[in-house]
Design a binder for this molecule. Structure first.
Ligand code: F3S
Length: 274
């Protein structure tokens, strides 16, 4: 549990850049965790909603990436670029572009409102659509060449179900259906470990930001095996009554949850043990 390599890398890049540049803004939250964002703000690094808010200095692209136009605009505005895009997200963006250039219709499995998904779609030069449920699948136009990718932090089981349905519904009108499993290792390893743990405990506590897609999926998966599950952003959200009848509590945390928050939650749980 806790920070994945993409988040660690993004924070190292941003902290290093903060020491080098007088003005550094991040394009949105650099990772989806409010405590991490608050810590960066204490170093003088504030999130900007758009490039219009960045008059000068340097701007960091977050771990979940950005559309290609953002990179062009950073350059045309004469800003310094700190690209903290996770390499796994970069790989998905490159695949989306390559597939689009090769004439594929690209279906991206994910949350249409999430910045990573919007970015991957934008890299596919208008040839990608987001597919998050059966209704989206029904709207997917028939295409001879169809490619399927996933948001890096989706649930592997849900992606597998979607791929099966795509093959069932679209094979008759396609000559090629190509699947790239772009779910990152950090996500799938955490999901498998959390599931294994959830099956052995009386309750699961999942620590992480409410905006964090991978944290939310961990909570959904644990809840899915029938174990009572709570997602908390910090120790103050953990009520004593909720764990009153538990003998064994499992804990996991999203890829953007810092160790110091995990430690505080563990301390709180230990303090409730009797
Ligand atoms: Fe990257 Fe996966 Fe972490 S996409 S930021 S390694 S959750």
């Amino acid at each position: 549990m806790g920070f994945c390599f993409g988040v660690k890398r993004a924070l190292t890049l941003v902290e290093r850049a903060a020491a080098q540049h007088q003005e550094l803004r991040t394009l949105g939250a650099v990772v989806h965790n409010r405590q991490v964002v608050a810590r960066l703000e204490s170093l003088g690094v504030r999130p900007a909603r758009s490039l219009d808010e960045v008059a000068s200095g340097a701007v960091a692209v977050p771990s979940h990436g950005a559309p290609p136009e953002v990179f062009a605009e950073v350059e045309s505005r004469g800003l310094q670029l700190v690209d903290a895009t996770c390499p796994m997200v970069k790989a998905a963006q490159k695949q989306a572009r390559q597939l689009a250039d090769d004439g594929f219709q690209v279906a991206v499995f994910g949350d249409p409102g999430h910045s990573e998904v919007k970015g991957v779609v934008a890299w596919a030069r208008g040839r990608a659509v987001v597919v998050s449920d059966d209704a989206d699948l029904a709207r997917l136009a028939p295409s001879r060449k169809l490619a399927v990718l996933s948001q890096t932090t989706q649930s592997l089981a849900a992606f597998q179900r979607l791929v099966t349905r795509i093959i069932e519904q679209k094979l008759a009108t396609s000559s090629q259906i190509v699947v790239h499993n772009t779910i990152c290792n950090a996500t799938s390893e955490r999901q498998l470990a959390a599931l294994e743990l959830a099956r052995q405990v009386d309750a699961m506590v999942v620590i992480g930001g409410r905006d964090s897609a991978n944290t939310r999926h961990l909570a959904e998966l644990c809840g899915g095996v029938g174990v009572p599950t709570r997602q908390v952003e910090g120790e103050d959200e953990l009520e004593a009554e909720w764990l009153a009848d538990c003998r064994k509590v499992g804990v996991t945390a999203g890829a953007s949850t810092p160790d110091w928050i995990i430690e505080k939650v563990l301390e709180r749980i230990r303090s409730l043990a009797h």
